[in-house]
Structures are given as structure tokens and as C-alpha cells.
Design a protein around this ligand. Structure first.
Ligand code: FES
Length: 162
């Protein structure tokens, strides 16, 4: 595979890591999700340049990569803060206080959904059902699930990260 020299993470070492992932799949293109996870782990986001490189590497249209990146809230097209709150806004969570949770985080951090604090410490996203309705209202703090959210619990999480 030939990639442009400025493709910082798509160097031979990284391509070897990708090859290890794709080797587990009958069709290379089926490895899109794990490849995206690895790219995000390295870059903290999936940039348009990386979308192109991934498409070229897997032999799929770049628009397909972009659709997947923009569909799943776990993939970011912009850099997120060190602590990223993704709060569920779907029915069960909303009925059990999810809207208050979102409002409280906005007030505490002075940011709206989709924004990051100026010090780069916190980001807030609002997402659809996280599949953990039994612990509603729920959010992800980076990759971890935090359920039965209260204002006090959120305050604690914010203080721990500051
Ligand atoms: S509705 Fe919030 S996790 Fe399902």
C-alpha cells in the first residue's frame, strides 16, 4: 500500500498493526470497526486524512468510512477533552433525570454538547441509548459506563478530573 509521507500514523509499524487486525477477517473490509478504534487510539480522533487512508487500506469507498465514523458516537472527528462525558438522552434516561444531568454538566463546565472546555480537560456529548437502560440515567466517561447519575456523582467525577 502506498500512502503519502505526511500520513503521520500510517507508517510501516502502524500498517503492521493493521495487518494483524485484518488477518483475523476473511475479508479485509470487515475489519473497519477495529481499524477505526486503533486509529482513534493513536490520533484521539478520526481525521478526514485518516478516513482516506483507511478507505485506501481496506479497499472501500471513503464515503463508507465517513458514514461509519459519523454514525457511531464512539468515533470522534474532533479532539475531545481528557475527560469526555457522553450522556444518554434517549427515553428511559430522559425520564429518569437525564435532561437534568445534561443541564448540570453544562452549567458546571460552561460548555454545550459538542464542546470542549478551553483547558482541554472536559468534553460533553449527548448520545442515543447506550444499551444500559437498567442503570439510567447513564453516561460514558471516556470508555467507562457511569449509571444512576445524580448531580452529586457528577460533581465528584468533575472534581477527581480537575
Ligand atoms: S435509554 Fe439511556 S441507556 Fe438506554
Amino acid at each position: 500500500m502506498t500512502l503519502k509521507s505526511e500520513d503521520h500514523i500510517f507508517n510501516p509499524d502502524f500498517l503492521q498493526q493493521l495487518d494483524k487486525i485484518t488477518a483475523k477477517y476473511e475479508q479485509k473490509r470487515a475489519a473497519l470497526l477495529p481499524v477505526l478504534h486503533l486509529v482513534q487510539e493513536k490520533e484521539d480522533l478520526i481525521s478526514p486524512e485518516s478516513e482516506k487512508n483507511i478507505a485506501q487500506y481496506l479497499g472501500i469507498p471513503v464515503v463508507h468510512v465517513h458514514e461509519v465514523v459519523s454514525f457511531y458516537h464512539l468515533f470522534h472527528q474532533t479532539k475531545k477533552g481528557q475527560c469526555h462525558f457522553s450522556v444518554c438522552q434517549t427515553t428511559t434516561c430522559a425520564l429518569l433525570g437525564g435532561e437534568d444531568v445534561i443541564e448540570h454538566i453544562q452549567k458546571r463546565l460552561g460548555i454545550k454538547p459538542g464542546e470542549t472546555t478551553t483547558d482541554g480537560k472536559f468534553s460533553l456529548s449527548v448520545v442515543e441509548c447506550l444499551g444500559a437502560c437498567e442503570i439510567a440515567p447513564v453516561m460514558q466517561q471516556n470508555k467507562d459506563y457511569v449509571g444512576c447519575l445524580t448531580k452529586e456523582k457528577i460533581n465528584e467525577l468533575i472534581e477527581k478530573t480537575k
